[in-house]
Design a protein around this ligand. Structure first.
Ligand code: ANZ
Ligand code: ZN
Length: 851
């Protein structure tokens, strides 16, 4: 009777062994080729979730595989440890953010260890440690010294719930990305990092990132948003002029109005003299001002009575103050073309302005536009004088040319990208190392005073910034004149922390952020793996930070991440209580899979505290989330099935870029496979296995083919294909009769599956008397000759008619092929015992016998 694989015992034993041997500590001085495999480091929110397990398992398989194929691998782990949730916990539970965070780190670290990841824990870092953020402060000051950091008063996105400023990127549909609260506008003095200085380079660099998903590159491209346009001035009836920006100069003959933003100087001047205008401007300020809000809110305008002269003499246009024009984009003023822009169409419909067709979609060419939606597509210019007959691209060029020739406008490039506002009015972040002195202004904290550490004694009982209201922390002497001065009480956006952690992993001297030579020996990260939700923010900031470091001469690195892989999510069916006429909050109906009771006929129920049964409605399969209560906690699953089964399941069911649906069946199937593998190991590799003899060429070939296939699949991050190849080999071995080859095949199977099921693999390796750890073993060599299909199918014809096919060795001499054909029983019958008159042999293809 074969023994069972005792996963819990094996897991604990090998995890301890790897730890003690420091098996996965990367050696900076290794002579081997260096490989850097990195998964996005986690926020220590409390516990590891299935998404982490999937993400880190993928990276782990690649890291272990690279080790086996001769690389010195850097595969580190740390904690993105600053941020709002820690302060929320402080406010809700009265626990210090630091204590809360460190407790979570301890819990999650133990959980990661429990999965047997091949991580270099000697390089572990947490961004909330002064030994990390102090160096970040030094980098901030380097950027400051080279002009990449500046402070300006600006209208900011203010989250009234989290009581902090948000970057544009953190405002989604007008709401705070974390709190979900409607964002307000406020004027504050803020620190900015000059990401726009690298706009062109960030855009150009995308072309070279050919190991990134196209969709991520496209998202970054759109975010950077480079557009070509025309900037020009309209002469106004009051003697002044207004400069507008357009990306559609081709539509100039379709213009029916000019509109300026509510805080445009013209709007202010009009409002100063006209109470109705002033009231309108006030009203505009109440509405949201994010692009998304402007899209959705009703388009409103105020006619100033001023008119603008068409640059090609096609009449005068009324000038409006309008709520859909942004002051901080382009010039804060536009001309409106209702037939070809939806906002303008809505506006013109409301204020009964002309809607003239100037771009024909092919159907109609008359100026009378009576559609109910603007035509924003391509087409041929009509009703546009000298532009008639041109396509949109040529017409744009022509208008820009005429504007430049006439000296009344010029072609421009505009960017959607804005500088990165990094000031946050929060406690749990990196203090901004600047001191404000009444006499000297902004004074950088002297280097020898870094790190500027967070004070421990802070309170969270009232909203607002705990650093600002701390009794002593902000009061310091000015480093330059000695007078009483104040520390900046803002902290850096936590995206700053994650913008360079991968460099600190590569090199972590105490006295500097990193050693340039060592960092450059590891970087760029060869394979970065994480969620697509970071496609814009984190990845763009990290690309910027790398450029900023190069700009200040600290590292010579063009891009931080050569390869990027965005994995799919882990999903689960959702369940809701089925309560007729329920009127409470809809969120309260979700119920966890753990709370389900399976009734007769498979119907699902939940039980209330007083024992009543409530029917359950099955919902869609969705991303595991706390709000839908459809999460499955990895920890008890690992305890029940062992780390290898969990890892195997994470890799097996779906392509890694797709969603993976968690299911009980799936994990059980993975567990059964682990046991199957072990039965083979036990039968063939244990010291008391019976001696075997005889070869099995077919099996040997499959082993080599599988070795090559698994290698290619893992390198291509197609883990499910690697798993499928291993399944197939396992089945083939199970079916094969005993032989020397079968025994060898099990040994190879163990090596091939070691990156996925490392605990079982170590156990098997030890059983088979392998030397050292399988984690340090080499990937099996592939004999190219074994990959070649060396048998061919040969058609045997009699008088041109197919009578038989034979499998014969490739390149067999003609006489031998002929002999084999004549020996076939079917051929003997077809020839009716006679000898053929003539034999034609086409090597490796066919034999024709003429009777
Ligand atoms: C005339 C026109 C005709 C426009 C047409 C569009 C279509 P993107 O591509 O996003 O850069 N615009 C310019 N500045 C604006 C501002 N401050 N607030 C609101 N809208 C503004 O958008 C550029 C287009 O957005 C510009 O081209 C301008 O409208 C508008 F058939 O000019 B267009
Ligand atoms: Zn001073």
């Amino acid at each position: 009777m074969a023994s069972r694989f005792n996963a819990l015992k094996a897991d604990a034993h090998w995890q301890k062994t790897w730890d003690e041997a420091r098996t996965f500590a990367a050696d900076d001085h290794s002579a081997k080729p260096k490989t850097y495999v990195l998964e996005m480091f986690p926020y220590p929110s409390g516990k590891i979730h299935m998404g982490h397990v999937r993400n880190y398992t993928m990276g782990d398989v690649l890291a272990r595989h690279r080790r086996m194929t001769g690389h010195e691998v850097l595969h580190p782990m740390g904690w993105d440890a600053f941020g709002m949730p820690a302060e929320n916990a402080a406010m809700e539970k009265g626990v210090h953010p630091g204590a809360w965070t460190r407790q979570n780190i301890a819990t999650m670290k133990a959980q990661l260890k429990r999965l047997g990841f091949a991580l270099d824990w000697t390089r572990e870092l947490a961004t909330c440690d002064a030994s990390y953020y102090g160096h970040e402060q030094a980098l901030f000051l380097d950027f400051y010294a080279s002009g990449l950091v500046y402070r300006k008063e600006s209208a900011v996105n203010w989250d009234p719930v989290d009581m902090t400023v948000l970057a544009n990127e953190q405002v989604i549909d007008g709401r705070g990305w974390r709190s979900g609260a409607l964002v307000e506008k406020r004027k504050l003095s803020q620190w900015f990092l000059k990401i726009t200085q690298f706009a062109d380079d960030l855009l150009d660099g995308l072309a070279g990132l050919d190991q990134w998903p196209d969709k991520v590159r496209l998202m970054q491209e759109n975010w950077i948003g480079k557009s070509q346009g025309l900037q020009f001035r309209f002469a106004l009836s009051d003697g002044g002029s207004v400069e507008v920006f357009t990306t559609r100069p081709d539509t100039i003959f379709g213009a029916s109005f000019v509109a300026v933003a509510a805080d445009h100087p013209i709007a202010r001047a009009v409002a100063a003299a006209n109470a109705d205008a002033a009231a309108f401007v006030e009203r505009c300020k109440q509405g949201g001002t994010t692009a998304a809000e402007l899209e959705t809110q009703e388009k409103l305008g105020f006619d100033t009575g001023i008119t603008a002269a068409h640059p090609f003499g096609a009449g005068d246009l009324p000038v409006f103050i309008a709520n859909f024009v942004l002051m901080d984009y382009g010039t804060g003023a536009v001309f409106g073309v209702p037939a070809h822009d939806q906002r303008d169409f809505d506006f013109a419909s409301k204020y009964a302005l002309p809607i003239r067709r100037v771009v024909s979609d092919g159907d109609r060419t008359d100026p009378d536009f009576d559609g109910d939606e603007a035509w924003t597509g391509a087409g041929t210019l009509v009703n546009s004088h000298f532009l008639d007959g041109m396509d949109v691209v040529d017409a744009k060029r022509e208008v820009i040319r005429r504007a430049e020739d006439g000296g009344w406008g010029h072609g421009t490039t505009v960017w959607r990208l804005r500088d990165w506002g990094v000031s946050r009015q929060r406690y749990w972040g990196t203090p901004i190392p600047i001191i404000h002195c009444a006499a000297c202004g902004e004074v950088p904290v002297p280097r020898e005073q870094l790190p500027v550490e967070l004070p421990e004694d802070v309170t969270f009982d009232v909203p607002g910034n705990p650093l600002d209201r701390h009794p002593t922390w902000k009061h310091v002497a000015c480093p330059s004149c000695g007078a009483d001065a104040l520390r900046d009480t803002d902290t850096l956006d936590t995206f700053a922390d994650s913008s360079w952690y991968f460099i600190r992993f590569a090199s972590q001297p105490e006295d500097r952020p990193f050693d340039r030579a060592v960092a450059e020996s590891w970087l760029p990260v060869g394979q970065y793996i994480g969620g697509v939700e970071h496609a814009i923010l984190h990845l763009l900031y990290a690309r910027f930070w790398t450029r900023a470091l190069r700009h200040v001469g600290l590292i010579d690195l063009a891009e931080p991440f050569t390869g990027l892989f965005t994995q799919g999510m882990v999903t689960h069916e959702t369940y809701q209580l089925d309560i007729p006429d329920y009127a409470g909050p809809p969120g309260a109906l979700w119920i966890s899979p753990d709370a389900l009771i399976v009734g007769e006929g498979g119907a699902l129920f939940a039980q209330t505290e007083d024992g009543a049964s409530i029917p359950i409605r099955r919902g869609r399969v969705e991303k595991m989330s706390k709000s839908k209560k459809n999460t499955v906690d990895p920890e008890p699953i690992v305890d029940q099935y062992g780390a290898d089964a969990v890892r195997w399941f994470m890799l097996s069911d779906s392509p890694p870029e797709r969603d993976l649906e968690w299911s009980e069946n799936g994990i059980e199937g993975a567990w059964r496979f682990v046991q199957r593998l072990w039965r083979l190991v036990d039968a063939e590799l244990s010291p008391d296995a019976a001696p075997v003899e005889g070869d099995d060429l077919a099996l040997r070939k499959q082993v080599h083919r599988t070795t090559a296939a698994v290698h290619a699949a893992v390198e291509g991050l197609q883990f499910n294909k690697a798993v499928a190849a291993l399944y197939a080999l396992t089945s083939a071995i199970e079916k094969a009769p005993p032989s020397v080859e079968r025994r060898a095949a099990v040994r190879t199977l163990v090596l091939l599956s070691a990156p996925m099921v490392p605990h079982l693999a170590e156990e098997a390796w030890a059983l088979a008397g392998g030397s050292g750890l399988i984690a340090d073993a080499a990937w099996p060599a592939v004999d190219p000759a074994m990959l070649v299909d060396d048998e061919v199918t040969i058609a045997i014809q009699v008088n041109g008619k197919l009578r038989d096919t034979l499998m014969l060795p490739k390149g067999m001499p003609k006489e031998e092929v002929e002999a084999a054909a004549l020996a076939s029983e079917k051929i003997v019958r077809a020839l009716e015992g006679k000898a053929p008159r003539k034999v034609i042999v086409v090597p490796d293809r066919l034999v024709n016998l003429v009777a």
